[in-house]
Design a protein around this ligand. Structure first.
Ligand code: NAD
Length: 256
């Protein structure tokens, strides 16, 4: 059981972050949810999760595109035994047309937030004498696709950083790993279907079948529950010697 452990999950009012938060709560962890918004629904989400799983759940607003906000999130959490660096966005465009502000935002949110949050959390893990850093990278942290320059660069960066953090904590009871999902049907994926349809001159159904699931030999989306289960495994005693590596949850994508 993860009772007594505090888990901070960045970007967790939706999609994979929310799914991972739910599985960590189910395993008994106290949970800190996060996004850049501060809506009544965000706090309601925390209240509902606390009631469902019988664990403390808080929502803390912080913008993961800003380094100071990342560090403030960890400080406000007060404890951080499990850090899940999950916040991420996507933009799809050819490199020579890629909007500079989208490049900067993707590098900041998908990659630099992992640096800032981990830097703030490691001292707390050292004090507690136990820690797990789990980076939600991507199959795009290991392979590439056209039109996703910023995302692929950021995710490869996260995989690299995962190895460095693992080496810097190798002699301590702290591990750092990356989970590399293939396609999961979240709002992030839904949002890129229309653009991809335009790019390849296909209908949206054709994009799902021929572009998205074409990369995934299982021909099925991975689920947020499966990613949550993988995170819970990385927090278990069985995973104590697993550090500095990636776990693909991609239906065989990176085996191709
Ligand atoms: P999503 O859009 O459902 O969730 C993204 C989360 O990040 C949301 O909670 C959103 O509020 C939050 N977020 C966005 N900008 C933020 C900011 N500036 N500050 C704080 N929070 C912010 O998407 P998702 O698919 O659940 O993506 C979660 C992570 O999983 C991302 O890092 C993504 O790259 C990765 N991933 C997703 C897939 C997939 O197929 N969906 C595959 C591989 C990796």
């Amino acid at each position: 059981s993860l009772k007594g452990k505090t888990a901070v999950i960045t970007g967790s009012n939706s999609g994979i972050g929310l799914g991972v938060a739910r599985e960590l709560a189910r395993a008994g962890a106290s949970v800190v949810l996060n996004s850049f918004t501060n809506a009544p629904e965000d706090h309601q989400l925390a209240e509902d999760m606390a009631r469902e799983f019988g664990v403390p759940v808080r929502y803390i607003q912080a913008d993961m595109s800003k380094g100071d906000d990342c560090r403030a999130l960890i400080e406000k959490a007060g404890a951080c035994d499990i850090l899940v660096n999950n916040a991420g966005i996507q933009h799809v465009a050819p490199l020579d047309e890629f909007p500079v502000e989208k490049w900067d935002a993707i590098i900041a949110i998908n990659m630099s937030s992992t640096f800032h949050c981990t830097a703030a959390a490691l001292p707390m893990m050292r004090t507690a004498g136990w820690g797990r850093v789990i980076n939600i990278a991507s199959a795009h942290g290991l392979t590439a696709s056209p039109y996703k320059s910023a995302y692929v660069a950021a995710k490869h960066g996260v995989v690299g950083m995962t190895k460095v953090v693992a080496l810097e904590t190798a002699k301590e009871p702290i591990t750092c790993n990356a989970i590399c999902p293939g396609y999961v049907r979240t709002p992030l994926v839904e949002a890129q279907i229309p653009d991809t349809a335009k790019k390849y001159d296909m209908t949206e159904d054709e994009v799902i079948e021929k572009v998205i699931l074409d990369r995934q030999p299982s021909k099925e989306f991975a689920t947020v529950e499966q990613l949550g289960g993988t995170a819970v495994f990385l927090c278990s005693d069985a995973a104590e010697q697993i550090t500095g590596t990636t776990i693909s949850v991609d239906g065989g994508w990176t085996a191709l």
